[in-house]
Write a protein that binds this ligand. Structure first.
Ligand SMILES: Nc1nc2c(c(=O)[nH]1)N[C@H]1C(S)=C(S)[C@@H](COP(=O)(O)O)O[C@H]1N2
Ligand SMILES: [Mo]
Length: 261
């Protein structure tokens, strides 16, 4: 991506109102999580034994969130989904961090979790570990800040399933951010935990029914359709759960750190 145009939005009143409503719903959801954490103790919740591989209390928090979403938010916080038949191949856009050779068979994801006593030792995951998580397929729009968008069918694992199954943020209140970096560290994305745990945020390994190609981010990329394409990091090499807002390649170059739609 070379010197993209800054967006020049001309929001009408209705759009501004919708955005305000969306933000206050999101604030409400955040407050809901905060009060649950205060009531039960987030640390207690996330350190309970696993039930069938999932941290059941965190699962319950997510379920409660799901119910809150259903009852009060309808689908307002979900990106629109499209029929599978609308999916097209996106252009290849952005090759930062993809230029060094990659042996996909040797690729491993390095993950630094966060515990109550501080950052956890780095753990290593294979693609098979990610593919062992429930496979989720969705057809959503990829929107680039350059002004184009395309409907794509994605398949992968929910980031939230990855976090709960492998107990990566056992003190999630202490790790409100996630940092995702390419193996060569040339492209990097910061995400707030709320967005990372969103049900449509996927660690994605398939595009339009085929394994990801190298240009589109093989073996593993992020897809998070409530955010612009700049956050959809291709070829993830490492993930860290952090206390402080992590560096973000395009935020450092003047784009909004959240880059939400
Ligand atoms: N590693 C890496 N990931 C990246 C980029 C990049 O330059 N390097 N560009 C981003 C941008 S700006 C967009 S719009 C999408 C495009 O994804 P695509 O090439 O699959 O269409 O990838 C995102 N992920
Ligand atoms: Mo983009």
């Amino acid at each position: 991506m070379t010197s993209p145009q800054r967006p020049t939005p001309t929001p009408d009143d209705e759009a501004v109102e919708q955005e305000a409503a969306r933000r206050s719903r999101r604030a409400f959801l955040t407050a809901g999580i905060a009060s649950l954490a205060a009531l039960g103790g987030w640390r207690w919740l996330v350190t309970r034994p696993t039930d069938d591989g999932a941290l059941w209390p965190l699962r319950r928090v997510l379920d409660v969130n799901g119910k809150i979403s259903k009852e009060f938010l309808s689908n307002a916080d979900l990106a629109p989904v499209f029929p599978r038949s609308r999916a097209k191949a996106p252009r290849i856009n952005g090759s930062l961090g993809l230029k060094s050779p990659l042996d996909t068979a040797a690729w491993r994801l390095q993950v630094q979790g966060m515990r109550a006593d501080g950052p956890a030792p780095v753990r290593t995951f294979s693609l098979a570990d990610i593919q062992a998580l429930p496979r989720v397929e969705m057809t959503t729009e990829l929107k680039c800040i350059e002004g184009w968008s395309v409907v794509v069918n994605w398949a992968g694992a929910r980031f939230s399933d990855f976090v709960t199954r492998y107990q990566l943020a056992s003190a999630a209140d202490l790790a409100p951010y996630v940092h995702l970096v390419t193996p060569d560290q040339k492209y990097y994305v910061g995400l707030d935990m709320q967005s990372a745990l969103h049900p449509q945020t996927l660690l994605c390994y398939e595009m339009n029914g085929q394994p990801l190609t190298l240009e589109h981010g093989a073996p593993l990329r992020l897809v998070t359709p409530l955010k612009y394409g700049i956050k959809h990091i291709k070829r993830i090499g490492s993930i860290a759960f952090t206390r402080q807002r992590p560096a973000d390649y395009w935020a450092q170059r003047g784009y909004d750190w959240y880059s939400g739609l």
